[in-house]
Design a protein around this ligand. Structure first.
Ligand code: THG
Length: 367
């Protein structure tokens, strides 16, 4: 593929110098920002992620900051997940829906305090929706995008590396919790989270000026753990069933279709936009849903459009993400499948650009 033209609209990140020095080979665009995806090759990066530790520039997971007396109320208006039990120091994976129950984003909400939140967004312009709600309801809250850029440390040796830089107490951070840690006299939020199933942390780097000093400190401490730059890995995230907004779901899907019903407490999330619509879909149940799909036969090409899932001549769904898995020695895929064909073990066919391949629907993912 040809080169992408650099411009102001396509934002660099505060770690771009480190990413380039590490020999980045491929990018995607996410929230109008560069997201490095490939360093050595997708397959080499995949094996290394499962064996060692990687440093990921995920600055493109932009933060929407809510600050003020109505911050908590606004956050609850945005999501059907019940936030009443959420404490400062916790992160929640939260579906964000519109008034029809359509998915607008699937971010991680970070509760810094009662009146200060970050929404760590996936790839859609959620800031405009949030600002519109805050203005339309005359809420007493400031909504903006701060200079905060997440840096992920992922892989089985993440704890060992992080404790070298931040001290042994990083090991005590529980899954989807965060603590405050010092780096060069600056306070940083560090959570045990990240877009892989290999374990690790996300550092919310507050201030672009400390981005490269932190990157360099982690790279240096990581030498003995075979650290390498990496990024969200397509193969690993499909094996783990991590959804990608814009690929696996859009605003035409409800959280229940996305298998995110467990993150919706529509009866108790009082004040949430889209509540009436979701009460209806929760009662009736979805007629199609996200499934793991094993595609038999040869390695499939990159999935850059929906591939029809067929039962004979009848279309029963679509594949939205697919890749050859070296560890499972089969093609792994994510798709949306109609109720009539979504049971474990159902045989279907997938129409890939290179022809029809047999496939099997599964009720759980590989990792
Ligand atoms: N971390 C942060 N921000 C993000 C992402 C992230 N913003 C964009 C994107 N990723 C948002 N989407 C997801 C999707 C899945 C998860 C997190 C964000 C995730 N899911 C776990 C799972 O499914 O196993 C855990 C969910 C749970 O049990 O709460 O981690 O990665 N900062």
């Amino acid at each position: 593929m040809a080169m992408i033209a650099p411009s102001r609209r396509l934002r660099r990140t505060p770690f771009s110098a480190g990413v380039e020095a590490a020999g980045v080979k491929g990018y995607t665009v996410y929230n109008r920002m560069l997201l490095p995806t490939t360093f050595r090759s997708m397959v080499e990066d995949y094996h290394h992620l499962k064996e060692a530790v990687q440093i990921w520039d995920v600055s493109c997971e932009r933060q929407i900051e809510l600050r003020g007396p109505d911050a908590g109320r606004l956050m609850q208006m945005l999501t059907p997940r019940d936030l009443r039990g959420m404490l400062a120091g916790q992160c929640y994976y939260v579906p964000i829906v519109d008034e029809t129950g359509g998915m607008l984003n699937d971010p991680v909400a970070v509760k810094l305090s009662e009146d200060r939140w970050w929404i760590s967004i996936a790839d859609s312009d959620l800031l405009y929706w949030v600002k519109g709600i805050a203005y339309g309801y005359r809420l007493d809250v400031l909504v903006d995008e701060p200079d905060v850029s997440p840096l992920a440390i992922q892989g089985p040796r993440a704890d060992d590396l992080m404790s070298e830089v931040f001290g042994d107490s990083v090991r005590d951070i529980r899954f989807f919790r965060f603590g405050h840690f010092d780096f060069n006299g600056r306070d940083l939020v560090i959570a045990r989270s990240g877009y892989s199933k290999q374990g690790g942390f996300e550092i919310y780097v507050d201030g672009s000026d400390i981005a490269m000093p932190l990157w360099n400190a982690l790279m240096e401490a990581g030498q003995k753990y075979d650290i390498h730059a990496g990024g969200p890995n397509l193969i690993e995230r499909i094996e783990g069933g991590l959804l990608s907004y814009g690929n696996d779901m859009t605003m035409d899907n409800t959280p229940h279709e996305c298998g995110l019903g467990r993150f919706c407490n529509t009866h108790t999330a009082i004040g949430c936009i889209g509540r009436d619509a979701l009460l209806r879909v929760a009662k009736e149940g979805p007629v199609k849903q996200i499934r793991a799909i094993q595609i038999h036969g040869d390695a499939v090409p990159a999935c850059d459009r929906l591939w029809p899932v067929m039962a004979g001549s009848k279309r029963v769904g679509s594949v939205s993400s697919a890749a050859w898995s070296p560890d499972y020695k089969t093609n792994v895929a994510i798709g949306m499948v109609r109720l009539t064909h979504w049971d474990e073990g159902t045989d279907v066919q997938v129409e890939t650009p290179t022809g029809r391949q047999f496939a099997t629907v599964h009720e759980s993912f590989w990792i």
